[in-house]
Ligand binder design. Structure first.
Ligand SMILES: Nc1ncnc2c1ncn2[C@@H]1O[C@H](COP(=O)(O)OP(=O)(O)OP(=O)(O)O)[C@@H](O)[C@H]1O
Ligand SMILES: [Mg+2]
Length: 352
């Protein structure tokens, strides 16, 4: 047996799955192999990278843990990757938990009281922490203390337990949902934005090298342009192109293989995924281009409003396909054009 092939785990992907921004368990294994391990390897996001490197270097220089760090941005842009890099740059270990995994304040108290000096505690989806846990976290982050409640009812008492200095790295796709007191306890907030095509090309070149694949430059350009500004999607499409080259091509990852694979997986010219297209189509064909409220739009495509708002909308807005107005979401002329539809005469007046 040779080296285990991480991508062997990714073959279950159904056609439509080639573009969604989220990752499932199987994909996470494939991703782990491609994750940058240091800030220097981390492509793009120059502003966040610069700021973070200052925070980390200063902390290392002082020999003390840095301020707590909050990372926000749409799925697949590198929040978990950065959390791992932070721990690596600080030469400490990373403890991982998530908002939904913490049901009770006691669960969080147990995690906190087991931390060692200087460790990094990564709390993914931190906006989904339950309120009592959130309140416990405020105190822990600020005073490095948890109050352990002993007993019940009137006889209950709180025994303060002091904690070692540690650093919380919180990740969220919805920074706006974090209550202000929690947000304020982060000394540094980094907002990750969609990557440019050129940055995604660099991600692809790096990933191809790690996969031992020879990616033609024009193929990299093609894949980057259809990756929805998202490294996770770029890496996924690269693996699909590699599959195509291996099974139907001559093994080379050239432009022809890229075109053919992207066709098989029905990745459209802008790299929109199924949810993106469903939202656009509903907006144009069911609601005549809007304006329509977020909740109505979400019900029409069978998704939670939160998913539409955090997963599909940011990219559609950034690509100039959807606009947000006080009366609801509207399709832009570019949206009609992208779907190959003719906008009704009044659609253009929404933007005049
Ligand atoms: N700046 C980058 N340079 C190179 N690769 C990257 C970069 N950012 C992300 N990636 C790749 O994209 C994959 C997804 O990134 P990551 O898991 O960090 O996203 P995330 O923001 O945590 O997403 P989610 O919100 O779904 O948890 C990683 O496996 C990594 O290989
Ligand atoms: Mg993540």
């Amino acid at each position: 047996m040779g080296e285990p092939d991480v991508d062997a785990l990714g073959i279950d992907l159904a056609p439509g799955r080639a573009t969604g921004a989220g990752a499932d368990e199987l994909e996470r294994a494939a991703e782990a192999a491609l994750r940058p391990r240091s800030l220097d390897e981390f492509v793009g996001q120059r502003v966040v990278r610069d700021q973070l490197s200052l925070v980390l270097d200063a902390a290392v220089g002082r020999g003390a843990p840095p301020d707590h760090v909050l990372l926000s941005g749409p799925p697949g842009l590198g929040k978990t990757t950065l959390a791992m890099i932070i721990a690596a740059e600080l030469a400490t270990s990373l403890r991982v938990t998530s908002g939904p995994a913490i049901q009770h304040a006691g669960d969080l108290a147990a995690v906190l009281s087991s931390l060692d000096e200087g460790e990094v505690l990564f709390i993914d989806e931190i906006h989904r922490l339950a309120r009592p846990a959130e309140e416990l976290l405020y105190v822990a982050m600020e005073d490095f203390r948890v109050d352990i409640i002993v007993g019940k009812g009137a006889g209950a008492s709180a025994i303060p337990l002091s904690l070692p200095r540690f650093t919380v790295v919180g990740a969220t796709t919805r920074a706006g949902l974090l209550p202000a007191p929690l947000r304020d306890r982060f000394g540094f907030t980094g907002h990750l934005d969609f990557y440019s095509a050129e940055e995604l090309e660099r991600v692809l070149v790096r990933s191809a090298r790690l996969l031992g694949a020879d990616l033609a430059p024009d193929a990299a350009v093609e894949i980057a342009g259809r990756s929805r500004g998202t490294p996770r999607i770029a890496n996924r499409l690269l693996r699909r192109v590699r599959d195509w080259a291996q099974v139907r091509g001559d093994g080379s990852l050239d432009l022809q293989a890229a075109h053919a694979a992207l066709d098989v997986y029905q990745v459209d010219a802008l790299g929109l995924d199924r949810l993106d297209r469903a939202v656009l189509t509903a907006l144009c064909t069911r609601f005549g281009g809007g304006p329509v409220g977020l909740t109505t739009l979400a019900v029409t495509v069978g998704e939670e409003p939160e998913t539409v708002e955090t997963v599909a909308e940011p990219y559609l807005v950034r690509e100039g396909l959807v606009g947000r107005t006080p009366r609801g979401r509207v399709a832009t002329p570019a949206a009609w054009q992208h779907l190959g539809l003719t906008p009704p005469a009044e659609a253009s007046t929404l933007f005049s």
